[in-house]
Design a protein around this ligand. Structure first.
Ligand code: PLP
Length: 434
């Protein structure tokens, strides 16, 4: 394939620092670049000129952005911060703020070098961009078998990947580290793509620190054996961990400098962490043991180019509001209050299960310790039938797939949790006919 010379420049830059990372790129990933020539560079060159006819936004005769008063009146922000385009890789101030916060929330990242976070239109878009950069038609993506359903649309429908699943848990208690190892060992090619998501949707499980170390060790062993591994880390529910001994940092901290053959791609953002589901703002950050500003710059440029060709840029309004909130004195306290509220619901569910051992006649909780969700696995019968019964007879909404029912305790008031699980018990009892 003939690449644009600007893509060749980025590819050469990546190869010169770490050829393994170049090998991980998809065909699209190899071809993409952030245009330094053309409209963007000509506009940049014209910045400050007396008469500037390059800008693709509309300005008043006095140079301010044109803003409809009915919109402007709703916002206490400058017109530029609210209405103008953000750069494709995101606002530099916001990227820096997130970088600082990420290091604070993941203390063992200190001293490790990773890319500047690139702003995506929330995590779904970050996942899709990961597909763009790294997934070719027919590639396998290794994932635990309990995963966010949308991975199918993002990776399989859009990029032609096949999810290669391994059972998430051993004995319904611990993360199946050996299952992950076997899936990697069985993969035929040199390139391996793994996706990890903790706190997990749907299970609400986060690995222990021991499991995190074991995952790192097995990935490093595979990398020593010659595998070139992209690890996509979906940190959508980061920070919502409710037990001790559970990983409170991202596994990115373990993998960002694990091996020159391992590229960790951290996808995170405020959607769930900061309760701004509709803002559509997220981040993508690269980490690899063999790196340099040249490597990270080239990866950021490729991702920036993919974003420019896909959504152009993420909401400036969302980025502005969040950046202001992150720098606000009350932010940390507000976050703790919401965390405590979710943790109380989590603890209540633990109590409910302890107080109702007879639930085990029909279902068991799948391991959970974090996040927005928990699941129950029904002993026999059809989870979809239970879900339907719950809805029709007990006016109780849940999500069913295979033999599992997912409960989003993030959205159920604490006082209704007991009733909810009693309803699940009654419906499961009815559906199995015992
Ligand atoms: C595991 C996981 N990743 C990513 C997302 C998508 O997040 P966003 O709304 O930021 O695109 C979700 C949303 O439900 C999720 O559960």
């Amino acid at each position: 394939m003939n690449y644009n010379p600007q893509a060749v420049e980025l590819n050469d830059a990546i190869r010169s620092v770490n050829p393994h990372v170049f090998n991980m790129l998809s065909d699209k990933g190899k071809a993409i670049f952030f245009p330094k020539k053309g409209i963007l560079s000509q506009s940049a060159e014209a910045k400050g000129s007396k008469i500037n006819g390059t800008i693709g936004t509309a300005l008043e005769d006095n140079g301010n952005p044109m803003v409809l008063a009915s919109l402007g009146a709703q916002l206490n922000l400058t017109d530029n911060d609210a209405f103008n385009y953000a750069p494709s890789p995101g606002r530099p101030d916001f990227r820096k703020t997130w970088n600082d916060m990420m290091t604070k929330k993941n203390p063992s990242l200190k001293g490790k070098t990773f890319s500047q976070p690139v702003v995506t239109s929330a995590l779904t878009h970050g996942l899709s961009m990961a597909g763009y950069l790294f997934v070719n038609e027919g590639d396998e993506i290794i994932s635990p078998d309990l995963y966010w359903e949308n991975y199918d649309l993002i990776f399989s429908n859009a990029y032609g990947a096949a999810l290669k699943l391994f059972p998430a848990f051993v004995n319904n208690s611990s993360f199946n580290v050996d299952g992950l190892k076997s899936a990697i060992d069985e993969s035929k090619g040199k390139k391996v793509i793994v996706i990890l998501n903790f706190p997990n949707n749907p299970t609400g499980y986060t690995i222990t620190t021991d499991e995190a170390a074991a995952i790192k060790n097995l990935l490093v062993a595979a990398a020593n054996g010659g595998k070139e591994i992209v690890v996509i880390i979906d940190d959508a529910y980061f920070g919502l961990v409710y037990e001790n001994g559970i990983l409170t940092e991202s596994i990115f901290s373990y993998l960002a400098d694990a091996h020159e053959n391992i590229l960790a791609l951290k996808l995170d953002g405020p959607t769930k962490e900061d309760y701004v589901w509709g803002f559509r703002v997220g981040f993508a950050t690269f980490g690899c043991a063999k790196n340099s500003p040249v490597l990270y710059g080239a990866l950021e440029s490729k991702l920036g180019g993919a974003i420019r060709g896909n959504i152009s840029n993420a909401s400036n309004l969302g980025q502005t509001l969040l950046n202001n909130a992150y720098l606000h004195a009350g932010y940390d306290k507000e976050k703790i209050e919401k965390y405590e509220m979710l943790k109380r619901r989590y603890s209540k569910i633990k109590e409910i299960f302890k107080a109702h051992p007879h639930y085990a006649d029909y279902f068991k909780a799948v391991p959970f310790n974090s996040g927005y969700f928990m699941c129950v696995r029904i002993n026999t019968g059809n989870a979809e039938a239970v879900r339907k019964t719950l809805l029709e007879k007990y006016s109780t909404g849940t999500i069913a797939f295979n033999d599992v029912i997912r409960v989003a305790f993030s959205s159920v008031p604490i006082d209704l949790l007991e009733k909810m699980f009693d309803n699940i018990y009654l419906a499961a009892k009815e559906c199995t006919g015992k």
